[in-house]
Design a protein. Structure first.
Length: 609
């Protein structure tokens, strides 16, 4: 089957992009509609529950609230949803109320105006560095010279910057520390945010260390010390400030701000009274990803002894881990338990389940889940119990939704209302919500199944048969799809006739056609797409031709040598990105995609001979 038959032509790519954007908008609004309908149908029960909550949940109605109440029939529903969100976020709500009651000092007017100008900029985009400078200009103790609402907005801005950096994480840690030092409480939400920043700092350090190790067999001592020190300190929460004459220079790398982050990690990670399910999920996921059995056992202890109930995120973490361990029966058991607890199944759950089943190489169950997603009928899901197979992990993408996303928060509210109104009609009500939660396959759905067929199953025909369905759902082939195809050729060409020379020719031809179409579309409409012709793709393409054209390896090697020679670095002006530029024979810089295009054309010509 020729792969190029399913390529997207000039008239289909814009349509595909429009389909994708429309589906995104639908998905963002769908959960809100389901939640509104659910609360509306159970408004009396929800209002009765809210009436039992402490009085401080009843925020004073503004004049606008009264007007909305008079003219908007849906106001009782939206108001109840807002109050439910406060109940679910009980700790944060109470902490902010306590902070508001702390007396403040009068700041210098000029300094405070500068602070407000940076906190509420005219353009709407907050610059964390200048905001922090204006904060530092305030007298000490700084948090007590900021009015209550301004302090809350300040912490929110630091907690979720659009461009989080190492510096912004350090600033957030310093400010939290100063807030705590003046006697103000810190919410669980803010501590969890600091914990998440510390963990992201750890992952970035590991990535940096890995790159350094690749560049040199002897990594610089400070890199090794920093990565090892961070891992040890973050896993056990043990901050050591002692310095010796031998390691004082290395310890300077760990800044006071980073130590503050690690101190916060220790505070929430090791203090039982500060833990809730959100903290446990963060710790548990980190422990499993870093293979720290001690931390995993400690984080899951409140779940095992029944002190804290798991939520949907906990189940997803455990399903991912069971899939990583190839424990297919455990994957299915966890999914069934999740359903038994009346958690609504959405596309995120289905994607996680699909990924876990493909990791276990349970093709029958994985295809059943995939078919259920395509049919958008949850009742069609049939997962058979079968033995686990020990296979290599599929390299694919994850569910793609953060545990702190707006979408996930809406799901928590839906789960909460279903549990709140559980009774004789609970099953019927859950079924009604589940039927409304129709599945929309996305890039993670297709990426997981496509990767499974290419890598584990070794079935390129099944992968190709996915392409029309992907096209119908607005998904086009990316560089990752081509990487998986080429890896499939490298892995399976010697053992299966499916992975033939003619099919490899079709794949490369389709790649070049799609690249040319992208270039044409960009020049005519200005619409640009991520480049298909990357270094990663070229490396896997060369390996594929090595495996398929084993009798012509010398010719493939010549093409490889010419490509790698072109990648040799040249001295370029500062500011240029060496990922995008390379040299040919030590001459002027050339875009990497041009080198990859040249190599692909040469390999394509090789297959014609």
């Amino acid at each position: 089957m020729a792969l190029r038959r399913f390529g997207q032509g000039a008239d289909t790519l814009p349509v595909a992009l429009a389909m994708t954007e429309g589906r995104k908008e639908n998905l963002e609004n769908k959960y809100a509609r389901i939640l509104n309908n659910l609360v509306s149908q159970n408004l009396s029960a929800v209002e009765a529950f809210l009436a039992e909550q402490p009085a401080d949940y009843d925020d004073t109605m503004t004049q606008l609230d009264h007007l909305q109440h008079l003219v908007d029939d849906t106001y009782p529903v939206t108001a109840s949803i807002k109050r439910l969100a406060k109940v679910l976020n009980d700790n944060y709500h109470r902490v902010t109320l306590q902070r508001r009651q702390v007396p403040r000092y009068r700041p210098p007017l000029a300094d405070y105006n500068w602070f407000l100008t940076q906190l509420y900029p005219k353009g709407g985009r907050i610059r964390i560095s200048t905001l922090y400078d204006s904060y530092n200009a305030l007298p000490s103790p700084k948090p007590l010279h900021i009015l209550p609402q301004h302090l809350e907005d300040f912490l929110s801005a630091l907690m979720g910057p659009s461009d989080e950096t190492e510096a912004s994480r350090a600033i957030f840690a310093r400010v939290l520390d100063q807030v705590e030092q003046v006697g103000m409480p810190i919410s669980q939400h803010e501590l969890n945010a600091a914990l998440g920043m510390a963990i992201r700092e750890y992952y970035q350090d590991m990535t940096f260390t890995s790159k350094m190790m690749k560049q040199s067999t002897e990594s610089p001592n400070f890199v090794v010390k920093l990565s090892e020190g961070l891992k040890q300190q973050q896993l056990v929460g043990d901050i050591k400030n002692e310095q010796t004459a031998d390691d004082s220079s290395q310890n300077k790398v760990i800044s006071p701000a980073l130590e503050s982050l690690l101190s916060l990690y220790k505070k929430i990670g090791m203090h039982k009274n500060n833990q809730d399910i959100s903290t446990i999920n963060i710790l548990y996921r980190f422990a499993l990803k870093t293979n720290d059995t001690e931390l995993a056992a400690q984080a899951s202890q409140p779940l095992r002894n029944g002190n804290i109930a798991p939520d949907r995120i906990t189940f997803l973490i455990e399903i991912v881990e069971a899939g990583r361990r190839k424990s297919v029966n455990e994957v299915k058991q966890l999914y069934q338990e999740m359903c038994a607890r009346n958690y609504v199944v959405d596309i995120v759950v289905m994607n996680v389940l699909l990924k876990a089943l493909t990791n276990c190489n349970d093709r029958e169950s994985a295809e059943s889940v995939y078919s259920a997603i395509l049919s958008q009928e949850p009742k069609n899901l049939q997962v058979s119990r079968s033995a686990s197979h020990q296979v290599e992990k599929v390299e694919s993408v994850g569910p793609g939704v953060s545990s702190e996303s707006h979408q996930m928060n809406q799901l928590r509210l839906i789960d909460f209302v279903l549990h709140l109104t559980s009774g004789k009609n609970s099953q019927a009500q859950r079924s009604q919500v589940q039927n409304a939660m129709r599945f929309y396959p996305d890039k993670y759905t297709f990426g997981t199944m496509f990767g499974y067929y290419c890598l584990e199953a070794g079935d390129i025909q099944s992968a190709i048969r996915m392409l029309p369905t992907m096209h119908e759902h607005g998904e086009s082939l990316t560089d990752l799809h081509y990487v998986m195809l080429y890896r499939g050729f490298a892995r399976h060409a010697a053992e299966s006739k499916q992975w033939s020379k003619s099919l490899l020719h079709d794949v490369t031809q389709q790649l070049l056609m799609q690249h040319q179409e992208q270039q044409r579309l960009k020049s005519e409409t200005g619409i640009s797409s991520p480049s298909l012709l990357t270094r990663k793709l070229c490396g896997n393409m060369l390996k594929a031709y090595d495996a398929v054209y084993w009798s012509s390896k010398s010719k493939v090697r010549i093409i490889r040598d010419e490509y790698e020679k072109g990648l040799q670095p040249v001295k370029i002006s500062s500011g240029a990105d060496d990922e995008d530029l390379a040299s040919i024979g030590g001459s002027s810089p050339v875009p990497v995609q041009e080198l990859v295009y040249r190599a692909a054309k040469q390999l394509l010509n090789l297959s014609l001979k």
